[in-house]
Every structure is written in structure tokens, then in C-alpha cells.
Design a protein around this ligand. Structure first.
Ligand code: ARG
Length: 589
């Protein structure tokens, strides 16, 4: 259908230009970007609608007169453009009815031929895109906020790759600073040399436990903070004892965090460690000072003034010469570009840091880095639980691993209640995949910028706008295809578009044909939610169809075979889309 749409658009554009010439209007006044193809509000009105009112002004004509004129020219030729059956004029709209068998046949061919690549494109061919996401701190394990970040980063990376880009995913491990020293201090004073194994804890949880213990300690002992600061100074000086402790605890934290990535299907091509790059920012700030982009205060600290663009004054190097968060990011960005020149770099970071990224991007531009204009902050909203906002200090933060365990347990319960244990085979594995599907869908379905209230029970529902519902639709088609072998008169027949004559089938064909367009839109707007909602639409439309029409056991075996073929297309779209959203596919559930 995409092909037909593109051809049709070109044709209409050409007609408009010719008409302009004939009427003595400058053809340049006809702009391609004013030409759009929409979906009519009701299917009876047509399959595509082309609004012509944006051009009426140029032609100095009432919109309906212009649509009639364009319609006439469309018809005047020997035949209508390929794929177009007939058209209708409704006010300023030219409504198009497509040739159903032609569009259906094209879908059949493409979905089968392209298989796992159906929906891919070369939209971003030869573009190098770096996607930074997750970027945890090594003083505690991942929490629910990271899960949203990871879901977004991984999905955007997959979608961009599918759209032809060369993608490099990067995790910036924030492994230095006062907060890291806090868990180190608590461990040094209270840990008695114990190890994660001693306490039977996953290693990042072990480190996190000492971060919580530090906060308790600091309440009792007001000098704890000073000791943590002193530790940071020693760390910066390279004190061997502090460095050793730091290395040990970081290893525990990172190893544990990586296990969570593995469990959730998150992949990184590169790890950046803040401890290795934080000094680079300092040099850049000093260079900027020389060039007069920054200024020095009486106390020796170095600042940038961004008041001219409505931002603040911002300190970049403290009077004691220590750097700040933004200073490190300046250094990190520059060394990344040197290491791997990119066309775009996307930072997946929570909306709390919107201001930070505005400042960062402006500073890099002022420092004269051309590529700074290609930096993009993919900002996302908070994730709350129904009980309220999460707070790490009070220990009410929702731990990622615990949440996954809980979701998996609930999914198991669901399988048992439905008495599906025998069919699913490995219940642990299936439950884990359902849990991940529930989680990732729930986190990706709303627009990234929206805040979310994560409701575990709701996310796991097998009906409604959820991941498991989409997984279930796929499993249902798989189960039907397994039965196909027993239906000999259908099994060996090829499906044909001309046997599909119901409204529901046409609706499905149109929807499935749009898959590549939806992927492209999700890619160009870095927004997986478009794809998530689309998969829900596909699942719903298929379920309705499946309820209303027999597929395998349709009376006419040719009709049955064609319906099977259509179901295969649904399956392929679901599979490909689920992969892009990191929702595990299940043959049985
Ligand atoms: N580690 C930081 C935090 O927990 C996020 C880092 C985001 N990335 C960046 N390049 N600043 O807040």
C-alpha cells in the first residue's frame, strides 16, 4: 500500500502543478509539504483521503471545485493510477478507494518475502546514531525509573537499526562522586569485610544495602558526611586503599546491574565510565575561559552566562578546581565524538534533567562544536506506583529485580489459574517472558514525555491494552497454524487475495500494510509508543475478525487458505513489532 500511496501522491502533485501552469499560476506555489494523505473518518468514505483545501487559496477557487478539477484530471488519463479503483469527491476532499486484491496481494508478497525484515527501511541509511541510555550510578541497583529508561533506549535503538541506521548504544556508568563514597564509607565502617555471597545477596543489592545503611548512619552521626567527603578527596588523590575499596564495590555493583540487563534483554555496545572521562571536561572549560566564552569569579570559580537565552549563570569549575556534573558531560560528549563521529547522539534521560541538557548543548555549541546541534535529549516522565512517588532515601524505591520477580510470580499464578501449566511446558520461562512483555509494553505504550503510574496487576492482564494481550494474539495464531497440518484440504493450498471479501479482512489488510509507515514514524520521532499502540490496534482488529469469521474451518478451502495467509501476515507484523519493543514472543501461553 505504501507504494501505491507514494505513487498516488506524486500523481496528484503533478496534476496540481500542471493545473497551475494552465491557469497561469506559478507552479512553485504548489508545495509538496502541503499535500497529505489521511485516513477518512469512516471506512465507507474511502480508503484514503486527500485534503485539497491547502491549495484552494493558490488557485483562488472554492476547495470543492478544486477537488472536482483534480478528480477529473485523475480520470482523464487512459487509466487511474495503479492501485486506485475509484474516487469520490466530498467537499474539499478527494477520497480514494483502493484496489483491494492488488493491495492485499502486495501485502502477502511483502510479508512473506521480507519475513523478519518486513517493516524495515533505509530511512537512516549511512547515518551513525549514538544512543546513550540507562546510565546508572554504582551505589545501588537499578530501579523502576531505570526500567523505563532501558525500555525506551533499547527500543529506540532497535527501531533505528531496523530503519537502516548504524547504531551504537552506550551506557555511561556514573562510578565516582560523593554518593559512591557514601556506600563505600558505610561498608568500610559497618561491613566487616563481608561479601555478597556471605549475605546471599545479588552483588548490586549488597552495595545498595550499604547506601541505605549510610543514610541511617548519617542520621545518627552528623560527621558521617564529612568522612564521606574526605574519602572523595582521597579517591581523587588516588589513595591506594580507597581505590581498592572503590574497585571492589564498583565491580559488585556493575556485575549485578549487568545481570539485570541480561535478564531484560538490554544490550550495550559500549560502556563509558565517568571516572575515566570526568577530567576531560576540565580542560575544555579552561580552553573556553581562554577564548572568553566563560568567565572567572573573584573566588576563582569558572562560570558560563546563559542569561541571554533565558537560562541562568552556571558554575563549571568550583573554586577548588573540582568539576560538576555538566563539566563531565562536556568532556564525555567531546571524547565520544572523537572516538566515533556520529550524525546524531540521543541521550535518554529523565525529564528532571531537561534544564541540564539545554545548558550542556548550548555550551558545546558555544565552544564551537558543529555537531552539538545534532545532540538530542530524549526526555521521559516519572514512573510512580499507585501508592505514590518513589523515594530512594526512604527505601520506598521500587527495585527493578524485585519488581521483575513479583511480576513473574503473578504471571505464574495466572498460568496456574487458567490451568495452562501443561501446555506452556516450561512455566518459569514462560512466566518470565510474560512479565517482561507486560512491563515493557506498559512502559512504552504512553508517550515518553508522560508520567506513568505503574500498576503491576493491570499490566499483566491478558485482555485490554497490555503486552500479554499482544503476546496472546500471537500465540493464538501460532496455535492455529499448528492445527493447519491436520486440515489437509487447506494445508496445501496457496492463499489468494481475491478470496478475501469481508470488511474485516480489508480493514486488517489496510492496517497491516501500514506497518512500515508506523515503524518509520516511530523511528523519525524516536517514539516507540506509536508502534506499541499500533500493535494493540492490530491485535484488537485480528481478535474481532477471529471471532466473527472461521479461518481454518471456513467452508471453502480456498477462502480458508487465504485467511490463513492473512493470519500469517498478522503474525509477522506482531513478531517484528514485538521485537522492536523488546516484548518476548511466545508460541504458547
Ligand atoms: N547517572 C545520572 C543520574 O543517575 C544520569 C546520567 C545521564 N547521562 C548523562 N550523560 N548525563 O542522574
Amino acid at each position: 500500500m505504501v507504494v501505491f500511496k507514494v505513487q498516488l501522491k506524486q500523481k496528484i502533485f503533478q496534476i496540481l502543478k500542471e493545473q497551475a501552469k494552465k491557469s497561469g499560476i506559478d507552479p512553485e506555489a504548489i508545495r509538496e509539504e502541503d499535500l497529505s494523505i489521511e485516513n477518512p473518518p469512516k471506512p465507507e468514505l474511502g480508503d484514503l483521503a486527500i485534503p485539497l483545501f491547502p491549495f484552494a487559496k493558490v488557485f483562488r477557487m472554492p476547495p470543492h471545485a478544486l477537488s472536482s478539477l483534480v478528480g477529473e484530471s485523475l480520470q482523464q488519463g487512459a487509466s487511474l493510477p495503479e492501485g486506485v479503483d475509484r474516487f469520490n469527491i466530498v467537499g474539499p476532499y478527494l477520497n480514494i478507494f483502493l484496489n483491494r486484491p492488488m493491495v492485499t496481494e502486495l501485502l502477502f508478497q511483502q510479508a512473506v518475502k521480507e519475513g523478519d525484515r518486513f517493516g524495515s527501511s533505509d530511512l537512516f541509511r549511512s547515518k551513525r546514531i549514538m544512543v546513550e541510555f540507562s546510565s546508572p550510578n554504582t551505589n545501588k541497583p537499578l530501579h523502576l525509573g531505570h526500567l523505563r529508561n532501558d525500555a525506551l533506549g533499547e527500543s529506540v535503538a532497535r527501531i533505528l537499526r531496523f530503519s537502516g541506521a548504524t547504531v551504537r548504544t552506550v551506557d555511561l556508568i556514573n562510578d565516582r562522586g560523593i554518593h559512591i563514597c557514601k556506600s563505600m564509607l558505610a561498608y568500610k565502617e559497618l561491613g566487616q569485610g563481608r561479601t555478597p555471597e556471605d549475605e546471599g545477596l545479588k552483588s548490586d543489592h549488597f552495595v545498595g544495602k550499604y547506601y541505605v545503611l549510610y543514610n541511617e548512619l548519617a542520621k545518627r552521626d552528623p560527621e558521617a558526611e564529612d568522612r564521606a567527603r574526605a574519602m572523595l578527596v582521597k579517591w581523587e588523590q588516588g589513595d591506594p586503599e580507597v581505590r581498592l575499596l572503590w574497585e571492589k564495590m564498583n565491580q559488585w555493583a556493575i556485575e549485578g546491574i549487568k545481570r539485570t540487563y541480561e535478564r531484560t534483554g538490554i544490550h550495550f555496545d559500549q560502556f563509558n565510565f565517568e571516572s575515566e572521562v570526568y577530567l576531560k571536561g576540565k580542560e575544555e572549560v579552561l580552553k573556553g575561559l581562554e577564548k572568553g566564552i566563560f568567565y572567572r569569579e573573584a573566588d576563582g570559580s569558572i562560570w558560563v552566562n546563559l542569561e541571554d537565552i533565558g537560562l541562568d549563570r552556571k558554575v563549571l569549575l568550583r573554586s577548588d578546581g573540582t568539576s560538576l556534573y555538566v563539566t563531565q558531560d562536556i568532556g564525555t560528549a567531546i571524547s565520544r565524538y572523537k572516538d566515533w563521529p556520529f550524525d546524531t547522539m540521543i541521550y535518554v534521560v529523565a525529564s528532571e534533567q531537561n534544564y541540564h541538557f539545554k545548558v550542556l548543548f548550548t555550551i558545546l555549541e558555544r565552544l564551537g562544536y558543529e555537531w552539538a546541534k545534532n545532540l538530542y535529549h530524549l526526555s521521559y516522565g516519572m514512573v510512580n506506583l499507585p501508592e505514590g512517588k518513589m523515594k530512594s532515601r526512604e527505601g520506598t524505591v521500587v527495585d527493578a529485580d524485585d519488581l521483575l520477580d513479583e511480576l513473574t510470580e503473578m504471571a505464574k499464578e495466572e498460568i496456574r489459574t487458567k490451568e495452562r501449566e501443561e501446555e506452556v511446558g516450561n512455566i518459569d520461562e514462560t512466566a518470565e517472558k510474560i512479565a517482561l512483555g507486560a512491563l515493557h509494553y506498559y512502559l512504552l505504550q504512553p508517550s515518553p514525555s508522560k508520567d506513568i503510574v505503574f500498576n503491576p496487576k493491570e499490566s499483566l492482564s491478558f485482555t485490554g491494552n497490555t503486552g500479554p494481550y499482544i503476546q496472546y494474539t500471537g500465540a493464538r495464531i501460532c496455535s492455529m497454524l499448528r492445527k493447519l497440518n491436520g486440515v489437509t484440504q487447506v494445508k496445501d493450498r496457496n492463499g489468494k487475495a481475491t478470496y478475501l471479501n469481508t470488511t474485516e479482512e480489508w480493514e486488517l489488510v489496510k492496517l497491516l500494510s501500514d506497518f512500515p509507515v508506523v515503524v518509520e514514524l516511530s523511528a523519525s520521532s524516536y517514539n516507540p509508543s506509536l508502534l506499541a499502540n499500533y500493535l494493540y490496534e492490530v491485535s484488537k482488529t485480528f481478535s474481532r475478525y477471529y471471532h466473527e469469521h472461521p479461518i481454518l474451518y471456513a467452508e471453502d478451502p480456498d477462502v480458508a487458505a487465504s485467511r490463513v495467509q492473512l493470519s500469517r501476515c498478522v503474525l509477522q507484523v506482531l513478531k517484528n513489532g514485538m521485537y522492536l519493543l523488546n516484548i518476548p514472543f511466545l508460541e504458547v501461553m
